[in-house]
Design a protein. Structure first.
Length: 76
Protein backbone atom coordinates (compact mmCIF):
# COMPACT_ATOMS: atom_id res chain seq x y z
CA UNK A 1 0.00 0.00 0.00
CA UNK A 2 1.51 3.30 -1.03
CA UNK A 3 -0.31 6.57 -0.45
CA UNK A 4 0.92 9.64 -2.24
CA UNK A 5 2.75 12.02 0.08
CA UNK A 6 2.86 9.64 3.06
CA UNK A 7 6.18 8.16 4.08
CA UNK A 8 6.48 4.39 4.41
CA UNK A 9 8.02 4.92 7.87
CA UNK A 10 4.85 6.66 9.06
CA UNK A 11 2.67 3.80 7.81
CA UNK A 12 4.88 1.24 9.58
CA UNK A 13 4.64 3.12 12.88
CA UNK A 14 0.86 3.41 12.69
CA UNK A 15 0.37 -0.23 11.67
CA UNK A 16 2.69 -1.39 14.46
CA UNK A 17 0.55 0.35 17.08
CA UNK A 18 -2.47 -1.70 16.03
CA UNK A 19 -0.51 -4.96 16.18
CA UNK A 20 0.25 -4.71 19.90
CA UNK A 21 -1.74 -6.50 22.57
CA UNK A 22 -1.43 -7.26 26.26
CA UNK A 23 2.02 -6.65 27.75
CA UNK A 24 3.39 -5.11 24.56
CA UNK A 25 0.53 -2.62 24.41
CA UNK A 26 1.04 -1.74 28.09
CA UNK A 27 4.77 -1.30 27.44
CA UNK A 28 4.12 1.14 24.61
CA UNK A 29 1.81 3.38 26.59
CA UNK A 30 4.12 3.40 29.63
CA UNK A 31 7.05 4.73 27.60
CA UNK A 32 8.34 8.02 29.06
CA UNK A 33 9.20 9.38 25.60
CA UNK A 34 7.48 9.48 22.25
CA UNK A 35 9.12 7.76 19.32
CA UNK A 36 10.23 9.97 16.46
CA UNK A 37 11.14 7.35 13.88
CA UNK A 38 10.26 3.81 12.91
CA UNK A 39 13.89 2.90 13.58
CA UNK A 40 13.55 4.10 17.20
CA UNK A 41 10.38 2.07 17.75
CA UNK A 42 11.86 -1.05 16.16
CA UNK A 43 15.15 -0.86 18.06
CA UNK A 44 13.63 -0.26 21.50
CA UNK A 45 10.90 -2.88 21.00
CA UNK A 46 13.42 -5.50 19.86
CA UNK A 47 15.66 -4.79 22.86
CA UNK A 48 12.74 -5.27 25.24
CA UNK A 49 10.86 -8.21 23.70
CA UNK A 50 13.26 -9.97 21.34
CA UNK A 51 16.66 -10.51 22.94
CA UNK A 52 19.78 -10.59 20.76
CA UNK A 53 20.57 -14.14 21.88
CA UNK A 54 17.15 -15.29 20.69
CA UNK A 55 17.65 -13.53 17.37
CA UNK A 56 21.02 -15.23 16.89
CA UNK A 57 19.57 -18.66 17.69
CA UNK A 58 16.67 -18.24 15.27
CA UNK A 59 18.97 -16.93 12.53
CA UNK A 60 21.22 -20.00 12.92
CA UNK A 61 18.21 -22.33 12.75
CA UNK A 62 16.90 -20.66 9.60
CA UNK A 63 20.31 -20.66 7.90
CA UNK A 64 20.75 -24.34 8.76
CA UNK A 65 17.57 -25.52 7.04
CA UNK A 66 18.40 -27.81 4.13
CA UNK A 67 16.24 -29.86 1.83
CA UNK A 68 17.29 -33.51 2.05
CA UNK A 69 17.98 -35.63 -1.03
CA UNK A 70 14.72 -37.15 -2.22
CA UNK A 71 12.62 -34.86 -0.04
CA UNK A 72 9.81 -33.17 -1.96
CA UNK A 73 9.25 -29.46 -1.69
CA UNK A 74 6.04 -30.16 0.23
CA UNK A 75 7.89 -32.36 2.74
CA UNK A 76 10.67 -29.80 3.02
Amino acid sequence: MRLQGILEEYIKMKAFLFSLDGATNDWLYLQPVLFNTWGDVKCIFMEKFFLASRTTTIRKEICGIRQHFGETLHEY
